[in-house]
Design a protein around this ligand. Sequence first.
Ligand SMILES: NC(=O)c1ccc[n+]([C@@H]2O[C@H](COP(=O)([O-])OP(=O)(O)OC[C@H]3O[C@@H](n4cnc5c(N)ncnc54)[C@H](OP(=O)(O)O)[C@@H]3O)[C@@H](O)[C@H]2O)c1
Length: 341
Amino acid sequence: MLNCAVLGATGYTGAELTRILLAHPNVRITHLTTRQEKSIPLREILPSVSRDVKLAITPYNFENVKRKADVVFLCLPHTEAMTTGDLFLKAGKVVIDLSADFRLKDPALYPKWYGVEHAFPARLKQAVYGLCEVNRSRIRKARLISNPGCYPTGPSIALMPLLGKKLIAPGSIIINAASGTSGAGKKLVPATQFCEVNENYTAYKVNKHQHIPEIEQNLSGAAGEKIKVTFIPHLLPVQRGILATIYAEPAKASVTEDSIRKVLENAYAKDPFVRIKPAGQFPSLKDVRHTNFCDVGVSMDVRTGRLVVFSAIDNLLKGASGQAVQNMNIRFGFPEGAGLI
Ligand SMILES: NC(=O)c1ccc[n+]([C@@H]2O[C@H](COP(=O)([O-])OP(=O)(O)OC[C@H]3O[C@@H](n4cnc5c(N)ncnc54)[C@H](OP(=O)(O)O)[C@@H]3O)[C@@H](O)[C@H]2O)c1
C-alpha cells in the first residue's frame, strides 16, 4: 500500500481528496493535517464518511508526516506550498501540489500574478505539470507534480491538440469560463457569500486572473509559439463545476467542425477521462459534476466562420483532487482510474 498524507485536509480540495483516497484500493492515509491546534474528527469535515472511519485531521508536524508518508499532497493556498513542498522533496518524498506554486516555468511570472518572488525557482524546472493526458510519460518519473489549475484544465485539454495541428489562429482565442463558488476555496471572502452569489452571475478579475499565464504557458507549448489569450472568469451560483466557452478563428478555410472533432477524438481516443461530444451536443455541468471527466464539444458558426469549443469539468475533481489522484495513479503504476471511476 502507498502511504499518503494530505496537508490542508480541512479545505475543499483536501476534503475531496481524502474522500477519494479513503476508497482507493492501493493507498493508506497516514496523515490528514491542519494548522489548527487541536485534532478534528474527519467526520466533522466529511460527514459522508462511514462511522467506522476513525481518522482525525491533526495539527501539522513535518517530522510526523515525513516518518510515514511516501507521497504528500499539498492542498494549501498558493504561496504557502512552496516552502512545504521544498521540505518534503528534500526529505525524498513525492510531492503532488494542488496550488499554483510550481505550475509556472518562468519565475518572473510569480511576482506579477501571485504577488511574491518564488522562494525556490530551481524547483520550477524540476516540476512536471500534471495535465495527465498531455504529460503522462513525464509524470511517471516525476518527484514533484504540479497539479493544473481548475480554469486552465478544460480549455487546455480542448485547445492543445488543435494548436498542435495548427488548426486555429493562435492570436484569436477568447475564453469565457464560469465556475461554481467552491473554486474560491472555503475561506470567507465577501464575494463568495450566499447573498452575493445567489441568483447572480458576474465576471470577476477581468483580464487579471492568475490563471492567464498558466493557460498561455500550456497553449504556447502546444503551438510552439508565444500565445496570448483573453480569459474572462465568471462566478456561477452553483457549488461546483466549470463550463468554458471558447471562441477562435480557424487557421485556414479548409478547417471544418467535423475535422476539429476528429482531431480531438483521435487525440483522446485512449484517455479514460476525456469525452468528445458528438455533433449537436454540448458539455454541461450536470454531466461532469462529481466525476473526473472533462467533456468537450465543438461547433463551427458557418455564418461568421468562427469556431466555438466548449469544455466542462468538476473544479474539485478533474480541476483539482480527481486529477491529483489520476496523477498519483500514473506516477505509481496503478490503473489510471483507480479510486476515480
Ligand atoms: N477549490 C478549487 O476548485 C481548486 C481547484 C484547483 C486548485 N485549487 C488550489 O488548491 C489549493 C487548496 O484550495 P482549496 O479550495 O481547498 O482551499 P481552501 O478550501 O481554502 O482550503 C485550504 C486549506 O489550507 C489550510 N490553510 C489555509 N491557510 C493556510 C496557511 N497560511 N498555511 C497553511 N495552511 C493553510 C486551511 O486549513 P486549516 O485552516 O485547517 O489549516 C484550509 O482548509 C489552493 O492553492 C487552490 O488555489 C483549488
